[in-house]
Design a protein around this ligand. Structure first.
Ligand code: PLP
Length: 376
């Protein structure tokens, strides 16, 4: 049996999403910018998708800009704040995805911005009093804080951060790539200016996502060319991908609470299985705490056996990862920021609604055979 527990890297496409997409490859393949019937019908679908996503998030349709995924959405938001709004000071965290951190570092190298990092505790929880003091010293900043971390699963209080940003007149960007489709987002209530999302993290296709940009917030084009996306993002729209993204989000939100409970139970089962069967198991960040971490991610520290544990698990048909798929091979900046005990094996298990209790049982059995079991 092959077991896929690397859903924070990417999720399998839902069959219903695939079925919704195929007509847009085979029959409705027109270019949304064409004026003939083929183009017009695709344009109508594009508009309907934008409307559906806006409704699901309680936003306006013209605040949704389709992109090639989370990376492009993050880059567009950052560039917009710097070139469009003229921001010179950015406040972020050591835990952001490289789509944010590397982009900011490029602007810093060019002398366009200064970056301040929000202090955090040993579990990676952010010090919001420190954020407030940074905002007090320098209002009109750009704040970029992800909703949940992709490696350790820590959830950040983006409601409170949004309030602080409003108080100090700062622009707020949040990367919701790991939470879109897994948590409800009400964009009338959340005080956010930019929000990034990606379909392949919630059983949609790869290579498509969106940026939410609040009405009236500066938006600077990243890609120049045609006049697509209201002249905000050039390039022929990936209509099949956008249909898939929309269908995936609809399916996610239709049964959000059931999925949450189901997946949290799998995570709890794995936590119990590890603690009851293995010695010297610890959890990274807030991964262990249900209300402070993503229910789809469990980051575990296991004893070092001298063998490559991830490879051993792969040989047994179990796909997990050590951290972010984008940085495989490199030391994780997230784990480094946590200053973890050296000589331990970090394994990120990440779950989806397609995993089962039998799979979790099998993972515990395999790990018990590979690692030192608790002495009887
Ligand atoms: N942000 C986070 C938190 C992610 O986990 C990822 C992907 O792993 C990205 C951004 C990049 O998204 P995409 O793969 O759609 O470019």
């Amino acid at each position: 049996m092959k077991i896929y527990l690397d859903n924070a890297a990417t999720t399998p496409l839902d069959k219903k999403v695939f079925e919704a997409m195929t007509p847009y490859y085979l029959q409705h393949f027109g270019n949304a910018s064409s004026h003939h019937t083929f183009g017009r019908e695709v344009k109508a679908t594009l508009d309907a998708c934008r409307q559906t996503i806006a409704q699901l998030l309680n936003a306006n349709a013209d605040e949704i800009i389709f992109t090639s995924g989370g990376t492009e959405a993050d880059n567009t938001a950052i560039q917009s704040a710097i070139y469009g709004a003229g921001v010179e000071h950015v406040i972020t965290t050591k835990f952001e995805h490289h789509a944010v951190l590397h982009t900011l570092e490029q602007f810093e190298k060019k002398g366009k911005i200064r970056i301040s990092y929000i202090n955090h505790d040993t579990q990676g929880s952010l010090d919001l009093a420190h954020l407030e003091s940074l905002l007090q010293q320098q209002p009109n900043s750009f704040v970029s804080v992800m909703h949940a971390n992709n490696e350790i699963g820590n959830l950040n209080d983006i409601e409170a951060i949004g309030e602080l940003c409003e108080k100090y007149n700062a622009l707020f960007h949040t990367d919701t790539v790991q939470t879109m489709g897994h948590y409800a987002h009400d964009l009338q209530k959340l005080k956010v200016h930019y929000l990034a999302a990606s379909a392949h993290k919630f059983h949609g296709p790869k290579g498509v996502g969106f940026l939410y940009c609040r009405k009236g917030t500066p938006l600077t084009q990243l890609l120049h060319g045609g006049g697509q996306e209201a002249k905000l993002r050039a390039g022929t729209e990936n209509i099949a991908g956008i249909v898939g993204l929309t269908k995936a989000l609809e399916l996610a939100y239709a049964d959000l609470h059931e999925h949450h409970t189901y997946i949290q139970n799998l995570k709890n089962q794995l936590i119990d299985g590890l603690l009851n069967n293995l010695s010297d198991v610890t959890f990274n960040g807030r991964s262990f705490e249900a209300d402070k971490s993503l229910y789809t991610v469990l980051s575990v520290c296991l004893p070092d056996t001298g063998d490559d544990l991830l490879r051993c698990l792969d040989e047994q048909g179990i796909a997990v990862s050590g951290g972010s798929a984008c940085s495989t091979g490199a030391a994780s900046h997230v784990l480094q920021a946590l200053k973890l005990r050296p000589g331990r094996n970090t394994v990120r298990f990440s779950f989806s609604r397609f995993n089962t209790a039998e799979e979790i049982e099998q993972v515990v059995n395999v790990l018990s055979a590979l690692l030192q079991p608790i002495a009887a």
